[in-house]
Design a protein around this ligand. Structure first.
Ligand SMILES: C[S@@+](CC[C@H](N)C(=O)[O-])C[C@H]1O[C@@H](n2cnc3c(N)ncnc32)[C@H](O)[C@@H]1O
Length: 264
């Protein structure tokens, strides 16, 4: 029997910007995801696996009809509590799993899912559901961590060299390039494209940020002057945008493909 925990506190898996490269990555990832959603007032937008709902809230404040879908009641309660401290329009909260979204076909102008697809046990079913609930000329946006990024590749090489070349013991615990225990899928760009293309006609596959979490990278940035840090991170982001295979995060966007059973 499978037991689903609907009371999980997932705040620990929502990264926070504790270093310059983390701050840059999470700010850019959010900015590019929401830009791909097309943030015009009046649009109907769905945030799938909304977590504590900061993105859905930002869109509501920007004048959109914003819906946040999240299965964990704990996360939704935390979100509602933090929003209750703020005035202004709030998103509508709906409890729901990504692979069975409780909305009619074609209900939204845009649907997005940021930093969560790798937590889903049925990601292709989830993308199909996102496509179904989006109107035919709308857009589905996915932002996914890339576990074959430049940083993961370099970290893997360094670890291999330490373990086999220098004969150092394998360190205990999760290494930066290992997929966390609560992820079901280890994504790289090929797999992202393959899964997304089943339900979406992709018009955007672009990377966000590069070198996040690379060995000693945060210390290198700390030793640089502030303007140099910003220029370096911007330069790597420029490269990531063009070479998503090496980027830290990939943003994919596309129009929903309709099959006979999902036609609006
Ligand atoms: C890392 S958080 C991301 C939250 C948010 N999108 C953000 O960018 O901060 C992952 C979220 O996915 C949710 N989740 C996990 N499995 C899910 C599923 N099968 N369907 C929908 N949401 C799920 C969790 O409850 C959690 O809130």
């Amino acid at each position: 029997m499978r037991v689903l925990d609907l009371d999980r506190d997932m705040r620990d898996v929502i990264p926070t910007g504790a270093s310059a490269d983390s701050e840059f990555l999470f700010e850019r990832m959010t900015h590019r995801t929401l830009a791909a959603v097309g943030p015009e007032p009046g649009r109907r937008v769905l945030d799938v696996a909304a977590g504590v709902g900061q993105d859905a809230a930002a869109l509501a404040e920007a004048g959109m009809f914003s819906v946040a879908a999240e299965p964990s009641s704990r996360m939704s309660e935390l979100a509602k509590w933090s929003l209750s401290q703020r005035s202004g329009p709030h998103p509508v909260w709906v409890r729901g799993w990504s692979d069975r979204l409780p909305f009619a076909t074609g209900s939204f102008d845009a649907v997005f899912c940021k930093g969560a697809l790798d937590h889903f046990d049925h990601p292709t079913a989830a993308i199909a559901e996102m496509a179904r609930v989006t109107r035919t000329s709308g857009v589905v946006v996915l932002a996914i961590a890339n576990f074959d990024s430049l940083s993961c590749r370099v970290s893997r090489l360094v670890d291999r060299f330490r373990e086999t070349g220098m004969r150092r013991p394998v360190p205990l615990g999760r290494r930066g390039h290992d997929v966390p225990h609560d992820h079901f899928t280890r994504y790289e760009v090929g797999l992202m494209r393959e899964q997304a293309s089943v339900s979406l006609d992709l018009h955007c596959v672009e990377g966000v940020s590069m070198a996040w979490g690379m060995p000693h990278w945060a210390h290198v940035l700390e030793s640089m002057p502030r303007r140099g840090v910003q220029a370096t991170l911007e330069g790597l982001d420029w490269l990531a945008r063009r070479v998503p295979a090496l980027a830290d995060v990939v943003v994919l966007a596309g129009r929903p493909l309709r099959s006979s059973n999902t036609a609006a």
